[in-house]
Design a protein around this ligand. Structure first.
Ligand code: FAD
Length: 568
């Protein structure tokens, strides 16, 4: 990445140029459109939407106006107490305030002025429900279903949902429905039939596409935003990668891009917003910045997020922050799938544990997923390797719950697994044999399981306090007593699945101020340059306060950046 001086010769001129096409990028362009400015999004790959389209589509928005609909009371003071407690001094206060003030305004704005529609998730607790100001639900919101027909020819150009968010890799469910299905809450069978029926009985559409048109989660969010851009005639250029920033008299005035193999110069009169995602798919940057060991294959994120925007910012003197951090979670690498899947629910349900290669637990498995990977790295030493760790469970767990791409054995027994998944689990009739197959210390594993089985009976985990918080229990099984996150591991065969320190994307990047301006090494804004989403250092610091804490800020700072560049 380099910069070029602005010597004219522009191929295209707009008011606001947005690099990337995730939720933050699209939000910024919607606002520019509403303010009468011309905007253009450029996207490196042949599909728009990035990680945002692959995601759960949730936004974490304290004091959002939907809280009342689910009977939750929230206040700016409580939100402030919670966010300052969880971010623990890592983020300047004016950025935190900008987030808390603007995020609820953004949600209301989009619901009133665009195609975006959200609902609050009443039971999705903040990730640290015992911290001051935490709420047991309601701050996380998700998009309503969105009909893909409204996108016309633009639908096939949207990046697919990560298959882990779909039933049998193809049928959409909302975040709310996912919990009912995966934790086998009351009504889960009826709901499964309803969603599968809706998919298969959608006859005319079935002749057109394998993709479900009742979009949910990230596809619904990006669909709503893309349709809102269509309403405003804002173009999205695919196969167009930003390669250089153009600087004139110290101000970023445009971008040199590669479009369908041709270099073009795009001028941006009011500013350039970098929204091109993190560096999860650059092995070189992972090795340079993240804790080791690390592999791009362990990421659930978009293959095209290779840190381009971070390098563009560096080329004009930008400062970086939080580069050693990511939206961590333990992941499983599934043969034949392009992205890893995160073990969010599997690790929390009763009857599975995570162990290191000595066979010892190292964390509360039901804790927020970033905490699990932070513990994995903390515990990983040459004497006690923890990468990979193993998710260990028994036949009862296997029968009741899905795990990675595999449905519960009551619906997909081992003999019915496709060839590619036959060796996906390590499996044995005794714990000792299982340990030998996985390269785990047999005595260690036996002792750990014996202890966990006692905890399952008492309902108390004195080692790691699993199941003690509302967040732990969100992905528990309420029918399992006395602790919905603990069940004995005792019925053969026993299973082990490798778990890696993966993520949903990285979170370190260009340092920005409360208006999303990119800052230089002296803390001064670089004129004409903004950054939002995972190419900017997160406003959440090293914390993950609740579901939606990455997309909420990406969109909110997209909103802030566009309003700054195009004042009303
Ligand atoms: C399975 C999964 C579930 C998730 N669930 C949630 C959730 O529910 N809530 C939440 O908050 N977060 C969630 N996340 C994380 C979230 O999706 C990301 O943190 C967020 O979408 C990042 O947004 P972004 O705009 O920074 O990047 P992206 O949405 O990834 O967009 C970046 C885009 O920029 C493009 N690009 C890259 N380089 C260039 C270039 N040089 N020129 C032009 N374009 C370029 C990329 O191709 C990409 O399309 C999830 C992630 C995954 C994978």
């Amino acid at each position: 990445m380099s910069t070029v001086a602005g010597t004219g010769g522009w191929d295209h001129t707009v008011d606001l140029l947005v690099v990337g096409s995730g939720a933050g990028a699209m939000t910024a362009a919607i606002i520019a459109g509403d303010r009468g400015a011309s905007a253009l999004l450029i996207e490196k790959s042949d599909r728009y939407g990035g990680n945002s389209a692959m995601s759960g589509g949730g936004l974490w928005v304290p004091t959002n106006h939907l809280l009342g609909t689910v009977g939750v009371k929230d206040s700016r003071e409580e939100a402030w107490a919670y966010l300052t407690a969880t971010t623990a001094g890592a983020v300047p206060e004016d950025r935190l305030r900008a987030y808390l003030e603007t995020a609820p305004e953004l949600v209301k704005y989009l619901m009133e002025r665009s195609r975006a529609r959200f609902v609050a998730l009443p039971l999705y607790a903040d990730y640290y429900p015992n911290a001051p100001g935490a709420k047991q639900g309601g701050r996380s919101i998700e998009p309503e279903n969105f009909d893909a027909r409204l996108l016309g020819d633009e639908f096939p150009r949207m990046r697919d949902q990560n298959p882990q968010m779909l039933i049998m890799g193809r049928v959409f469910m909302t975040v709310f429905e996912a919990r009912t299905l995966l934790c086998r809450e009351r009504g889960w069978i009826r709901l499964t039939m309803k969603l599968l029926g809706r998919y298969w009985l959608d006859i005319p559409w079935r002749f057109k596409s394998r993709r479900d048109r009742n979009l949910a989660m990230g596809n619904a969010l990006v669909g709503m935003l893309r349709r809102s851009l269509m309403d405003r005639d804002v173009p999205v250029w695919l196969n167009t990668a930003a390669r250089e920033l153009v600087v004139e008299d110290g101000r970023v005035v445009g971008v040199v891009a590669e479009r369908e193999g041709r270099r073009i110069r795009i001028r941006a009169n009011r500013g350039v917003i970098l929204a091109a995602g993190g560096f999860e798919s650059s092995q070189a940057m992972r090795e340079k910045y993240l804790p080791q060991p690390t592999r791009a294959e362990w990421s659930c994120g978009n293959k095209h997020n290779t840190g381009d925007a971070i390098n563009l910012g560096l080329s004009v003197g930008a400062a970086l922050d939080l580069m050693d951090d990511a939206w961590w979670g333990p992941t499983t690498v599934v043969p034949g799938e392009p992205h890893a899947r995160m073990l969010v629910i599997e690790k929390s349900l009763p009857g599975s544990i995570l162990v290191d290669q000595r066979g010892r637990r190292f964390v509360n498995e039901s804790a927020p997923y970033i905490d699990v990977v932070n513990a994995m790295y903390r515990s990983h030493t040459p004497e006690a390797p923890c990468v990979p760790a193993y998710l260990v469970f028994d036949a009862t767990f296997r029968r009741k719950y899905p795990c990675g791409p595999v449905l519960q054995a009551s619906q997909q027994p081992d003999w019915a697994l496709p060839k590619a998944l036959r060796d996906y689990f390590k499996k044995a009739d005794t714990l000792e044999e299982l340990a030998a197959k996985a390269g785990v210390d047999p005595a260690g594993l036996r002792a750990t399981v014996a202890r966990v089985n006692e905890y399952a009976r008492s309902g108390v985990d004195p080692d790691f306090h699993r199941g003690e918080t509302a967040f732990d229990r969100y992905y528990g099984d309420e029918k399992v007593k006395p602790n919905p996150c603990l069940a004995p591991i005792e019925k053969p065969p026993f299973y082990a699945l490798e778990a890696y320190p993966g993520e949903l994307g990285t979170r370190g990047g260009l340092r920005t101020d409360a208006r999303a301006h990119v800052l230089d090494g002296a803390g001064q804004p670089i004129p004409g340059l903004y950054a939002v989403g995972n190419c900017s250092a997160s406003v959440m610091g090293h914390s993950y306060p609740g579901a939606g804490a990455t997309i909420g800020p990406a969109m909110t700072f997209g909103f802030i950046a566009a309003r700054d560049a195009v004042p009303g």
